[in-house]
Design a protein around this ligand. Structure first.
Ligand code: SF4
Length: 678
């Protein structure tokens, strides 16, 4: 048996474990007892992370669509065709007629390379990845208020805090090892506030459970800030020394009395006052949030309010405090850090800045780079249906299932002039592609992932990829070479990281030999720097923290007579995103085998629906058949549905309205109807 250290391929907690292999096949995992995050523990997905690797559905050879069918091809044929057809689309419609979708499942090195391929080789800033669907509003909101869009503190800070406010995060199910850390902290005396109208597991351990209306987070946070200011609980010294624009914030929340907030949120005035006193009365308080906050048409506003709340009470820049967005995918933080974003190079350096464009162009050996920011992923579907986008190269993403308004996404993807998918399985998106490239998975390659606390960690190759599958970085380099570019001749991921680090100040001190133990947390600007567990210690990244006042706006689509329920979507403990890996893992598929929808017992009784009845759920965009789960997990009038399942796909119903600043879709609120199937 051989043990090979790696990083979990699922969530952003970034647990490490050993892959156990025997004669070239994975047979299990063993947690790493010394790792500062996992500390010898794993959740059920981590324990089973080896099981999909040898699944018979793995892609083993390139495929090219001929006569309507995907047929096996050689790498030479497939990659020559990739280059030929991408160039043909660009020759016909212009450079920006193609888009590259990178992957939060791929390594930092691969994300860096795909953005380099898009910009230096194909001359377009149309590069993005699924951060657009989960935390683009965090990046925008925190960049404006703090100067950096990442988690301010470390996971270890949950052991050192007095109060934790969890808002819009089902932490025990989505980030289980952080969830259990919070529960341990509560057992040790930390006080917990949960703001989420589902009765999530953490809520059972909370001193205060705020079941506010979907989409009323701005009202709630403004109301809490009103009480803090009115009762003299604000940290005047911190505000005076570390922040700007406080007066505008104070004015904007002046009208948010507990009574007005109660009316807007569905809570009582006493609950709002209690939350304000509990959070602001703590010596050290942390805010934890996730997609319940970000996936709204006002997601950036929600994040601005959270940043303001932390600054108002001086809860930034110390252990046990901070604003802590929990990143979803295992390397979504790294995908952002490496510049797989339409307006930013690696390290959040703006493509609009001519100095930075020159720096990258010089390093990459090209005469110029495109100046105009590219398309966000969520605007790609509309661009394609309007005739502005004709080709997509999608690496390790499955928009057919993950994008809102599935019917629209399907139509667009099927009608593209060129669709290339690089993945480990024939996903729903790959199934309609023109060319499919088989990739190696996390266990079959080297590289680094960056977890939610900005920790850059190495993964090591445990087994060989199946058939002719190759690592994403090798495929990208081969495409670049065939496109006539000779600036991507690397012999190892370490070499790619060395180049990325040289161009990316926050990764400036990252080198493979320094990551051997438990990685390093960025910012790590030089080779002597020890990494940064807590950001914004003496000053914010932008200098002074900025208070951004926010006006409360309602969700874009509210219930009415025709569609009387609010639908909200999310994940379950046993599955991950579009299920391409977890639904091919026997134990996980057995525990949660199919789609379902939660509805409140009062609603169920009124509609004559019983537990496990099949129901038809419809919205203005589509309809799905699924199984009813009658439960008080949800409040009356609200339905919850996971989005992992192709049969009963929640995103057939969701609304593709976007936040105007971050382009994140409003996955968390849309109006639906539910009825019992005959
Ligand atoms: Fe993997 Fe996240 Fe579970 Fe850790 S908590 S084992 S990183 S899915």
């Amino acid at each position: 048996m051989t043990r090979t250290l790696t990083v979990c391929p699922y969530c952003g907690v970034g647990c490490t474990f050993y892959l156990v292999s025997d004669k070239g096949r994975l047979v299990g995992v063993e947690p790493s007892t010394t790792h500062p995050v996992s500390r010898g523990g794993l959740c059920v997905k981590g324990w089973n992370a080896y099981a999909f690797v040898h699944h018979p559905d793995r892609l083993t050879t390139p495929l090219i669509r001929r006569d309507g069918q995907l047929r096996p091809a050689s790498w030479d044929e497939a990659l020559n065709l990739v280059v030929e057809r991408l160039q043909a689309v660009q020759a016909k419609h212009g450079k920006d007629a193609v888009m590259f979708a990178s992957s939060a499942k791929a390594t930092n090195e691969e994300n860096y390379l795909l953005m380099k391929l898009a910009r230096a080789v194909f001359g377009t800033n149309n590069i993005d990845h699924c951060a657009r669907l989960c935390h683009s509003s965090t990046v925008t909101g925190l960049a404006e208020t703090f100067g950096s869009g990442a988690m301010t503190n470390s996971i270890s800070c949950f052991d050192q805090t007095d109060v934790i406010l969890v808002i819009g995060s089902n932490t025990t199910e989505q980030h289980p090892l952080i969830g259990s850390r919070i529960l341990n902290a509560v057992r040790g005396g930390t006080r917990l506030i949960v703001a989420d109208n589902r009765r999530i597991r953490l809520a059972r351990h909370a001193e205060l459970h705020l079941r506010h209306k979907n989409g009323s987070d701005v009202a709630l946070l403004n109301g809490i800030m009103h009480v803090i200011i009115a009762e003299g609980l604000a940290d005047r010294e911190f505000i005076a020394g570390r922040t700007e624009n406080y007066d505008a914030l104070a004015e904007s929340v002046a009208d948010w009395t507990p009574e007005r907030t109660a009316a807007a949120t569905g809570l009582t005035a006493d609950e709002i006052v209690a939350a304000a006193r509990l959070y602001a009365g703590a010596e050290r308080a942390m805010v934890v949030f996730s997609m319940g906050i970000t996936q709204h048409s006002h997601g950036v506003d929600n994040v601005r309010c959270i940043a303001a709340l932390a600054m108002l009470t001086g809860n930034v820049g110390r252990p046990g405090t901070g604003v802590n967005p929990l990143r979803g995918q295992n390397n979504v933080q790294g995908g952002c850090d490496m510049g797989a974003l339409p307006d930013l190079y690696s390290g959040y350096q703006k493509v609009a800045d001519p100095r930075l464009r020159d720096k990258f162009a010089h390093a990459w050996g090209v005469s110029s780079l495109p100046a105009e920011p590219g398309l966000p992923l969520t605007r790609a579907m509309d661009a394609a249906s309007e005739g502005r986008l004709h080709g997509m190269f999608i690496m390790g993403e499955n928009p057919m299932l993950s994008d809102p308004d599935q019917g629209h996404a399907r139509k667009v993807l099927e009608n593209l002039e060129l669709l290339i998918v690089q993945d480990i399985f024939l996903t729903e998106t790959a199934a309609v592609a023109d060319i499919v490239l088989p990739a190696a998975c996390f266990a079959e390659k080297e590289g680094t992932f960056t977890n939610t606390e900005r920790r850059i960690q190495r993964l090591y190759k445990a087994v060989e990829p199946p058939g002719k599958a190759r690592a994403d970085w090798e495929i990208i380099c081969d495409i670049a070479e065939r496109a006539g570019y000779n600036g991507m001749r690397y012999t190892s991921p370490a070499e790619i990281m060395a180049e990325a680090a040289s161009l990316t100040p926050i990764y400036g001190g990252i080198a493979y030999q320094r990551l051997a133990a438990h990685g390093l947390q960025w910012p790590c600007p030089d080779k002597e720097h020890p990494g940064t567990p807590i950001m914004h210690l003496d000053r914010f990244t932008r200098g002074l923290g900025h208070f951004s006042p926010v006006v409360h706006r309602l969700p874009a689509e509210l219930p009415d007579a025709e569609f009387p329920f609010v639908l909200t979507t999310g994940r379950t403990y046993f599955h991950w995103h579009t299920g391409s890996m977890t639904r091919r893992t026997h134990l996980l598929a057995r525990e949660e085998p199919h789609s379902f929808i939660e509805l409140h017992p009062d609603d169920a009784a009124r509609l004559g629906i019983r537990h496990r009845d099949m129901v038809l759920v419809s919205s203005r965009r589509g309809e799905v058949r699924t199984e009813a789960r009658v439960t008080d997990m949800v409040i009356a009038g609200v339905l919850f549905m996971p989005f992992h399942f192709v049969e009963g796909a929640a995103n057939a119903l969701t609304n593709n309205v976007l936040d105007p600043e971050s382009s994140i879709p409003e996955f968390k609120v849309c109006a639906v109807r539910v009825e019992k199937m005959p």
